[in-house]
Design a protein around this ligand. Structure first.
Ligand code: C2O
Length: 541
């Protein structure tokens, strides 16, 4: 492969949206940020210079970072943030990677505006497993906030209260005509009748999952999380934050203007739903300018069946290389809970349910972000930054779905800690993720850094090893799994990439509440299996 250089300057940009002007954090004053183009096996070198007053890091979401964990990006996990005025260079190789991925900030909630596409084309001479479309377009689903996102995160965690809602949902940064002062702030794709288009859909939302559809048109999914899938045709897709999907669309309808629409998928019960959608236009050549766009029907906000239909359709294109035997069996509960007031910091305002504090946990542990990079502390044998006692199965299991609804919820008072789970190099891991929760059950998009994994099974209710069935033939190979509402998902992967790898809910509010763990994969025996040395320009905390 070749080497591609990019200059990323973290800079403020003045934007005028939703009837007001404000400064947002961006890369190179672009919103969405610059597209990184590459080919499979290329080396990527990105020099990040921070010209804002905020801290910043960039995570290359979906890049497996084989033996390059120092460039992964999550702040306080693999690196200290790049402070105002500092520079850090990310370097990694896209080993056996292709397709639609993306990059985003990984400090506080800055990724709300700091994101962009990472497009990896096949190697020269290698073709797509489908007829290459007439044109391709990047379509990024996002959220727009009129608040300072670093301050917002601090306020929300300090209040102990519920999740805040974005000021607008966006398509490629545009809210679309449903929002105030946004009649002309609309993304548009011009299409030629009869031609086929590939949309590279990217879920860059902050605190919401979403449905996406185009009025009167079918979408054929051909790739998910950067891996080819068996073609699957549907009216709509669900895209969680952290997911990417390539879909083919043929402009085979009457000449006209059609809505491309995204609307929130709010799986949580008892949460006020705002019935707003972001609209873009899929506009045929020859359509009357400014004609009314045909509306695109979206599923209702909590349509779990629509989600399941899409999930069922995702199959890897070829026979998958799934580990058939496993030697590390993990079971993690994931969910929201209410902790006692003051359990995290004495001065929390305790605006959660019943005067408690909103929290989220994995195996009854709410992850506390450390003050120093876990990877650096691990590498340099520095004590005190983290512990290695994350449990391999839950300490307390409250059966919210099938259990006794009248018994007191027993995952109130989850532990707080920077707990990590250590894995032996080369171990063949099976991990069951079980949604549980005492407030509500909810679909959690769980993302693993440093790996893709096979999603071999999922279901509703509690995981039961006697009845669960697994697909070991053609499961999708993904980096983010939407664990079904009140249900479970099973994933498998081989721990062959040493480093410290964050695993967390990609809903930012849940991450702030502690729905995370860091996996430490130890070194192997061979010279090509050990951690590289840290780069010399690594920022300090
Ligand atoms: Cu895309 Cu740790 O995240």
């Amino acid at each position: 492969g070749s080497t591609r250089f990019y200059d990323f300057k973290v800079q403020m940009l003045k934007v005028n949206k939703l009837c007001s002007t404000r400064d947002i954090v961006t890369i190179n004053q672009m919103y969405p940020g610059p597209v990184v183009y590459a080919q499979e096996d290329d080396r990527i070198i990105v020099k990040l210079t921070n010209e804002t007053p905020y801290n910043a890091t960039i995570h290359w979401h979906g890049v497996r970072q084989m033996l390059s964990c120092w460039s992964d990006g999550p702040s306080y996990i693999t690196q200290c943030p790049v402070q105002s005025g500092q520079t850090f260079t990310y370097e990694f190789t896209l080993v056996k990677q292709k397709g639609t991925l993306f990059w985003h900030a990984h400090f506080s909630w800055l990724r709300a505006t700091v994101y962009g596409a990472l497009i990896v084309y096949p190697k020269t001479g290698v073709s797509y497993p489908f007829k290459y479309p007439y044109e391709e377009h990047i379509v990024i689903l996002g959220e727009y906030w009129q608040r300072d996102l670093v301050q917002l995160e601090k306020n929300v965690t300090a209040s102990g209260g519920g999740a805040p809602v974005a000021d607008a949902y966006t398509i490629n940064g545009h809210p679309g005509p449903n929002y105030n002062c946004s009649i002309n702030d609309v993304y548009k794709i011009n299409v030629v009748p009869g031609k086929t288009y590939m949309l590279r859909l990217i879920g860059a939302l902050l605190n919401m999952e979403s449905f996406f559809t185009i009025a009167n048109h079918k979408l054929t999914i051909v790739e998910a999380d950067g891996e080819y899938t068996k073609p699957f045709t549907t009216d709509r897709v669900m895209l969680g934050p952290g997911h990417t999907l390539n879909v083919l669309v043929t402009a085979n309808q009457k000449i006209g203007r059609y809505s491309m629409a995204m609307g929130p998928y709010m799986s949580a019960k008892n949460v006020p739903f705002q019935n707003i959608t972001s609209i873009a236009y899929f506009q045929y050549l020859g359509a009357t300018p400014n004609s009314i766009a045909l509306p695109a029907p979206l599923p209702i906000f909590n349509d779990n069946l629509a989600v399941k239909t899409v999930m069922d359709g995702l199959r890897s294109l070829d026979i998958a290389d799934v580990p058939k035997e496993i030697d590390t069996n993990l079971f993690f509960t994931i969910g929201l809970n209410v902790n006692k007031c003051g359990s995290k910091t004495p001065n929390q305002n305790c605006q959660g349910v019943n005067g408690g504090v909103m929290a989220a946990s994995m195996n009854n542990n709410s992850f506390i972000r450390p003050n120093f990079s876990i990877l650096r502390a691990y590498y340099d044998h520095i004590n005190g930054d983290f512990t290695e006692d994350f449990p391999g199965s839950p300490l307390r299991f409250y059966d919210f779905v099938n259990g006794a609804p009248n018994s007191p919820p027993n995952n109130t008072g989850s532990m707080n800690g920077t707990r990590t789970k250590v894995l032996e190099f080369g171990s063949r891991v099976q991990l069951i993720l079980q949604d549980t929760g005492t407030i509500t059950t909810e679909n959690h998009p769980i993302h693993l850094h440093g790996y893709s994994f096979y999603v071999i099974g999922y279901g509703s209710g509690n995981y039961n090893p006697q009845t669960a069935t697994f697909n070991l033939v053609d499961p999708p190979y993904m980096n983010t799994i939407g664990v079904p509402v009140g249900g479970w998902a099973a994933i498998r992967f081989v721990a062959d990439n040493p480093g410290v790898w964050f695993m967390h809910c990609h809903l930012e509010i849940h991450l702030s509440w502690g729905l995370a763990v860091a996996l430490i994969v130890k070194n192997g025996q061979g010279p090509m299996e050990t951690l590289p040395h840290p780069p010399s320009d690594m920022p300090r905390c």
